[in-house]
Design a protein around this ligand. Structure first.
Ligand SMILES: NC(=O)c1ccc[n+]([C@@H]2O[C@H](COP(=O)([O-])OP(=O)(O)OC[C@H]3O[C@@H](n4cnc5c(N)ncnc54)[C@H](OP(=O)(O)O)[C@@H]3O)[C@@H](O)[C@H]2O)c1
Length: 263
């Protein structure tokens, strides 16, 4: 795709990597829908980018809310919006570990991208790209072979959802360790997101869509903290790269620093 002709929607974009991705795509001449769960914060972020001369529009979206997603999809459809790229960036890393943390983390980091992608797919153009913002903390090599087999090869979507539900229930029952799960909802959510990426990439090949997971590195945002190694500008590079891949670009991959990394 030529620069200056794209349209993108970015989730969780009122700050951090999402906001910077909107800015970088805007500077390439793209029209960008900046979405965020809080309307005031989202609108403020949008105004900042518009004051920089960028073609950015705000829409509220809480990726953990089906009502919020349905409302957004309805408004976009009404406007006839077509997307060249959908960037599932919204994510959380909660303090502590219990059933609530497990449930809400997978709701935002895994079910969110799944539902947003399924609901907005009809708006994504042929040769469009879906970007899943993942993390190197989800690399399978860090886990024993029996655990790896839960996610590799990636199970079909319904099975994957059941696996994630089982994780939450095992945490609730206090048996997650004996069932072989890590004590990190964030890791499980991103492992599941990676498996979903591989599944969706296969499923969407007939539509020539490119679906990839990316790791931004350790980035100085609210989530990454001020001691992180990377600037937000540098971190957003991989999101923008995956959103602007050429039509014959890779699909079903996991990338960091614009290079493939193992699942
Ligand atoms: N920073 C890092 O070092 C790092 C490393 C690897 C991967 N990542 C991934 O990169 C992505 C962006 O992270 P970041 O560092 O930019 O984090 P951040 O500064 O904490 O920003 C997270 C964004 O997600 C939004 N969000 C949270 N819950 C949401 C929901 N239910 N619906 C919609 N949006 C929601 C937040 O909105 P509010 O402001 O309203 O809360 C915020 O805009 C995440 O997926 C994260 O896992 C980050």
């Amino acid at each position: 795709m030529k620069q200056g002709t794209g349209t993108a929607l970015v989730t969780g974009a009122n700050r951090g990597l999402g906001l910077e991705t909107c800015r970088q795509l805007g500077r390439l001449g793209w029209r960008v829908w900046l979405t965020a769960p809080d309307s005031d914060e989202g609108q403020r972020a949008c105004e900042t980018l518009r004051s920089e001369g960028l073609d950015v529009h705000f829409e509220p979206l809480d990726v953990a809310s089906l009502e919020s997603l349905a409302a957004l999809a309805g408004r976009l459809e009404q406007q006839g919006v077509r997307l060249s790229a959908l960037i599932n960036n919204a994510g959380i890393a909660m303090e502590g570990f219990n059933a609530h943390v497990a449930e809400y983390t997978v709701a935002v980091n895994f079910l969110g991208p799944l539902r947003v992608t399924e609901r907005l797919l009809p708006l994504v153009e042929e040769h469009g790209r879906v970007v899943m913002v993942s993390s190197s903390l989800s690399e399978l090599k860090d886990y024993p072979p029996a655990f790896q087999r839960r996610f590799d090869p990636p199970p079909p979507k319904e099975q994957l959802k059941a696996l994630v539900r089982a994780f939450v229930e095992d945490v609730r029952a206090g048996v997650h360790e004996e069932k072989g799960w890590p004590t990190s909802a964030y890791r499980v959510s991103k492992l599941s997101l990676n498996a979903l990426t591989r599944q969706l990439a296969e499923e969407l090949k007939p539509r020539n869509l490119l679906v990839n997971a990316v790791c931004p590195g350790w980035v100085r945002t609210e989530m990454g903290g001020k001691h992180a190694a990377r600037s937000v500008e540098r971190g957003a590079d991989i999101l923008v790269w995956a959103a602007t891949l050429p039509p014959r670009g890779p699909t079903g991959g996991f990338f960091r620093n614009r290079r493939p990394v193992p699942w």
